[in-house]
Design a protein around this ligand. Structure first.
Ligand SMILES: Nc1ncnc2c1ncn2[C@@H]1O[C@H](COP(=O)(O)OP(=O)(O)O)[C@@H](O)[C@H]1O
Ligand code: SF4
Ligand SMILES: [Mg+2]
Length: 373
């Protein structure tokens, strides 16, 4: 069931109150029998270094169906990018240990040979990065780069590929696309470069689009335009979208489902209505409480104390325990000794949480709701 807007917490961000957007009425509801397009199971990504092993992602599992948007949220360093780059096969096999399974449609991505991986990138999955510089080459025109990306997957003439590039640039809102085709990246503004990168990512109709903090470097107006663009394009292409962000206002606007990550693990998972409206995990509560309130009283801001742990030496038990004010409510020092499982919390909506606290619903209502900014 979908919550009414009025009953979700009135948290305020720079993008306005966090209330789950109404315009996509099916959001948050899963269709019965939907086969997931992306299935991540027990994914582990580790980097052996001179200082020890960086355990960036540990036993991550989730699924995503075509036409749906999953937001991954969590503080910097929680493993959001590292897990997503594994889906794109972007880790250097020489310096990375990856295990578990990533199924994309019929294909297994983990340990896929580089050559097959190149084919899969583009049409199977594409990624938009925070920084367009990292994927647009400064020495080639925008048009050339889109044409090459298209021809890598389609056996068409240069002319046909150019037409496709013009069409894509138009779709992402570049004015006079035919004229701009022969511009170099430096001739585009930051927002335009981001659009061009999106055009390049979408030129092969990828079934999965991964957007890794795609608007962080842009000003608020351009941010909103780019987000609208991603939503429109998703609706046109019916793709699955994996959206990585630390902005819960953006999550409320875009996501169907939300995965909260902490220190390389999923700590909460559920529909956007559940996770933003009735979160179960103390870390999610902390994220909600630490959002700067524009119109509210800054004194009520309640940042999560401390910093995320080193991934070289994780705390014992629940990784969040050194920062969690609720660990004293769990008997026998369990939080410090025993890593809780990610467990289903309700039978029907598939929501999960990784926490020893009993009756988190009650704690949320009595302790957290009254002090949200
Ligand atoms: N190639 C690498 N070698 C060693 N550590 C890495 C490497 N890439 C990422 N890390 C570490 O993995 C952790 C997770 O990073 P990342 O997924 O980028 O976080 P975020 O959630 O901010 O996207 C960070 O501590 C980062 O320093
Ligand atoms: S398991 Fe304990 S320390 Fe971890 S989030 Fe829950 S209450 Fe806090
Ligand atoms: Mg990142």
């Amino acid at each position: 069931m979908i919550e009414e807007v009025e009953s979700t917490p009135a948290v305020v961000t720079k993008r306005g109150p966090i209330k789950v957007s109404r315009d996509r009425s099916k959001r948050g509801e899963r269709q019965a029998g939907e086969a997931p397009y992306l299935l991540v199971k027990d994914l582990v990504v580790e980097f052996p270094t001179a200082d020890g092993t960086v355990r960036a992602v540990q036993g991550l599992s989730y699924s995503l169906s075509l036409g749906r948007t999953l937001a991954i949220v969590g503080e910097s360093g929680s493993g959001k990018s590292v897990s997503s780059m594994a889906i794109m096969g972007l880790h250097d096999p020489k310096s990375t240990r990856i295990s578990g399974s990533i199924r994309l449609g019929e294909r297994e991505i983990v340990n896929m040979p580089q050559e097959s991986m190149r084919k899969h990138r583009g049409a199977g999955a594409a990624m938009i990065f925070q920084d367009p510089q990292s994927s647009l080459h400064p020495y080639f025109t925008i048009g050339n780069q889109i044409v090459e990306a298209y021809r890598a997957h389609h056996n068409v003439s240069k002319r046909a590929a150019r037409e496709r590039a013009v069409d894509m640039l138009g779709r992402v809102g570049i004015p006079h696309p035919r004229r701009r085709l022969d511009d170099y990246p430096h001739q585009f503004s930051g927002g335009m470069r981001q659009r061009a990168m999106i055009a390049m990512s979408l030129v092969n109709d990828p079934k999965l689009l991964i957007a890794d903090e795609p608007t962080t470097a842009l000003d608020v107006t351009v941010q909103a335009q780019i987000l609208d663009l991603i939503v429109d394009l998703q609706q046109d292409f019916g793709s699955a979208v994996l959206f990585i962000t630390h902005d819960l206002g953006v999550v409320a606007e875009l996501a169907d489902d939300v995965l909260v990550m902490y220190a390389g693990r999923a700590v909460e998972y559920g529909t956007v209505n559940d996770v933003l409206g009735k979160p179960l995990h103390p870390y999610t509560w902390g994220l909600l409480e630490s959002i700067p309130a524009v119109s509210g009283d800054p004194a009520r801001l309640h940042p999560i104390p401390g910093t995320p742990p080193s991934l070289l030496a994780l705390p014992t038990g629940c990784s969040f325990h050194p920062r969690c004010e609720f660990r004293t409510r769990v008997p026998r020092d369990l939080c410090r000794q025993d890593l809780p499982d990610l467990e289903p919390r309700t039978a029907d909506t598939g929501r999960m949480s990784r926490c020893h606290l009993r009756e988190p619903d009650r704690v949320f209502e009595t302790d957290i709701l009254p002090r949200l900014p």
